[in-house]
Design a protein around this ligand. Structure first.
Ligand code: KG4
Ligand code: ZN
Length: 349
C-alpha cells in the first residue's frame, strides 16, 4: 500500500511517500520520497523554536513540499492512506499538518489516520534508506530508548506492538539538556550538534560532572541537575576549556542513558536494543554505546554476558521526518488503531 505522511510537530516540515507491504509479521517499507524543510535558520536568532513562526513556516512549506512529492508524475498518486502526526508537539504546528492532511483526504477520498510522533520515532527502526528491508530486523524482547528534544523514554517491547514504558525523564529531556547547556555555553540553536562538534576536541574526563540517578534501581532519568552542575562549574571556575565542558557533559548524559539501557537489557534478557530520536544521530552516542555493549558482552563472572543486537536508524530517520510517521501509520492501520484527528501537544506512549 502507498502512504503519504505529513509531519509538522516542531520545527521541521516533512512529507513522505512510501510503499508498505507484508503485514504485521514482517512490515516492509520502500521510501519513494522523504522531503524535509528545516526551519533552523528561522528560529536560530531566537535561540529556540518560536511556535508562531513554526506555524507560519509549516503553512508556507507544506504546499511547496507537496508539489515536489507530486513531481515527476511517475507516481500514480492517489495513495491508499494518508497519515499525519497528531502529537506530541507544538499544537499550532500540529494543526497545520492535520488541516493539510484533512484537505488531501477529502480531495482524494482516501482514509486519513492520526499518528503518534513517538511511535514514529520508535518505528523509525524499521526504515532502510532505499529498498525494502528483507526480514524483520528486530529480535524480541527488545529494549527501546527514545531520545529527542521533548522525550527520554525507555521501553520494553515484547513484540512490535506490545510495549511497556519502563521509565522516562522526570524533568528535562536529554535533547533539551543539550540545547540548554549549549545556550549556557553561548552556542547557537540547536545545541545538540554544536555540543557534539565541540566535544570532539575536549577531554571528557577533565571535569567531574554528576550522573543523575545512575545508581537508582528504577529506569527513570533526570537531566536538569546535570545542566545546573554545568552552570555552577562555569560560575565557580576560571580558565575553563569550553571543549572540556561539552565533552564532560556529553559523556555524563550518555553514561546515564547507556547504563540504564544496558541494565534493562540484562534484566529483561533483551535480544536487541533500539535507539531513536534526534539525539540518536549523535556519533559519540552511537559509537560509545557499541563499545559499552562490546565491553559488557566480554565481561566477567560478576555480571551476566550481554549478547545483543544494536539497531540505530540512519541519521536522517533519527531527526524528525515523515517517513517514520508513514511507518507508524502502517502498523497502526494494520491494527486498526487510530488517534483522534486533533492536535494533542502532550500525547504520550
Ligand atoms: O527528534 P528530534 O529531531 O525532535 C524532537 O522530537 O524533539 O530531536 C531534536 C533534539 C534537539 O534537542 C537536538 O538538540 C537534539 O535532538 N540533537 C542532538 C544531536 N542532533 C540533534 N543531540 C545531541 N547530539 C546531536 N548530534
Ligand atoms: Zn521527534
Amino acid at each position: 500500500m502507498r502512504i503519504i505522511a505529513i509531519e509538522t510537530s516542531c520545527d521541521e516540515t516533512s512529507i513522505s511517500l512510501i510503499e508498505a507491504r507484508s503485514g504485521m509479521k514482517n512490515p516492509q517499507f520502500k521510501i519513494l520520497k522523504n522531503l524535509v524543510a528545516s526551519q533552523i535558520k528561522i528560529h536560530k536568532p531566537f535561540g529556540g523554536v518560536v511556535p508562531s513562526l513554526a506555524k507560519r513556516e509549516h503553512l508556507k512549506n507544506l504546499p511547496i513540499l507537496f508539489n515536489k512529492i507530486l513531481k515527476p508524475k511517475t507516481y500514480n498518486l492517489k495513495p491508499d492512506l494518508i497519515a499525519v502526526t497528531v502529537g506530541p508537539g507544538l499544537e499550532p504546528a500540529l494543526w497545520t499538518g492535520i488541516n493539510f492532511a484533512k484537505e488531501l483526504a477529502k480531495k482524494w477520498n482516501k482514509p486519513l489516520i492520526g499518528v503518534s510522533h513517538l511511535e514514529g520515532h520508535l518505528y523509525s527502526n524499521l526504515l532502510k534508506p532505499n529498498t525494502y528491508n528483507s526480514k524483520l530486523n528486530i529480535l524480541f524482547p527488545a529494549i527501546a530508548l527514545i531520545v529527542s528534544g521533548g522525550h527520554t523514554i525507555l521501553l520494553l517491547m515484547k513484540n512490535l506492538i506490545n510495549y511497556k514504558k519502563l521509565g522516562e525523564t522526570r524533568d528535562d529531556a536529554v535533547g533539551e539538556a543539550f540545547d540548554k547547556v549549549a545556550r549556557i555555553l553561548s552556542l547557537p540553536y540547536p545545541g545538540g550538534p554544536e555540543i557534539e562538534k565541540l566535544a570532539k576536541t575536549g577531554n571528557p574526563e577533565a571535569i567531574q560532572l554528576p550522573r543523575p540517578m545512575i545508581n537508582q534501581k528504577n529506569y527513570d532519568f533526570s537531566f536538569s541537575g546535570l545542566k545546573t552542575a554545568v552552570l555552577y562549574y562555569l560560575r565557580d571556575n576560571k580558565n575553563i576549556k569550553i571543549e572540556d565542558i561539552a565533552a564532560g557533559f556529553q559523556r555524563a548524559a550518555f553514561d546515564v542513558l547507556i547504563s540504564k539501557t544496558l541494565r534493562a537489557a540484562k534484566e529483561f534478557k533483551a535480544k536487541s536494543i533500539l535507539i531513536s530520536g534526534g539525539v540518536a544521530s549523535n556519533n559519540y552516542l552511537r559509537n560509545y554505546l557499541k563499545l559499552r555493549i562490546k565491553l559488557s558482552s566480554a565481561s566477567s563472572r560478576s555480571s551476566p554476558k550481554l549478547k545483543i543486537d544494536l539497531l540505530i536508524p540512519p541519521k536522517k530517520f533519527c531527526q524528525d521526518n515523515a517517513a517514520m510517521i508513514a511507518a507508524a501509520a502502517y502498523i497502526d492501520y494494520l491494527q486498526k488503531k487510530e488517534h483522534r484527528l486533533i492536535a494533542r501537544g502532550n500525547l504520550t506512549l
